[in-house]
Design a protein around this ligand. Structure first.
Ligand code: HEC
Length: 99
């Protein structure tokens, strides 16, 4: 039972309201994508170098993509030593905007 330790009175908790980041003018994952993924997938996800799949046609959901990027598969490298879980989430979020 670790949760709820510092949640005594909701009315006096100012931190709560900062939680909604303005949606996606430029996702932080975009820079990560350009640096780490564009070499094979292209800046728009369509390049398909070395058998990389066209990400605009992928129907993997976020969970599947996080797994893919974390673990790698076949010629797709694993990024778990290069990117933090948070960065992986960001780059995946960005990849999901490629259409
Ligand atoms: C060295 C080249 C390479 C790099 C760099 C690379 N990928 Fe891939 N990617 C691949 C290949 C090859 C596949 C196909 C793997 C397979 O199915 O065997 C793939 C598949 C994928 C898929 C699954 C698509 C589908 O529906 O089958 C996703 C999602 C993906 N990559 C995301 C990323 C992201 C995000 C990054 C950057 C963090 C990245 N990739 C970096 C080569 C690469």
């Amino acid at each position: 039972m670790l949760a709820a330790a510092c949640n005594s009175d909701g009315n006096s908790a100012p931190a709560e309201t900062a939680a909604a980041p303005a949606a996606a003018a430029e996702l932080p994952g975009q820079a990560l994508f350009v640096q780490n993924c564009a070499v094979c997938h292209g800046p728009d996800g369509k390049l398909g170098l070395n058998g990389a799949h066209d990400l605009t046609k992928s129907n993997l959901n976020a969970t599947g993509r996080v797994y893919m990027v974390t673990q790698g598969l076949g010629k797709m490298p694993s990024f778990k030593d290069k990117l933090s879980p948070e960065q992986i989430q960001q780059v995946v979020d960005y990849s999901l905007t490629l259409k």
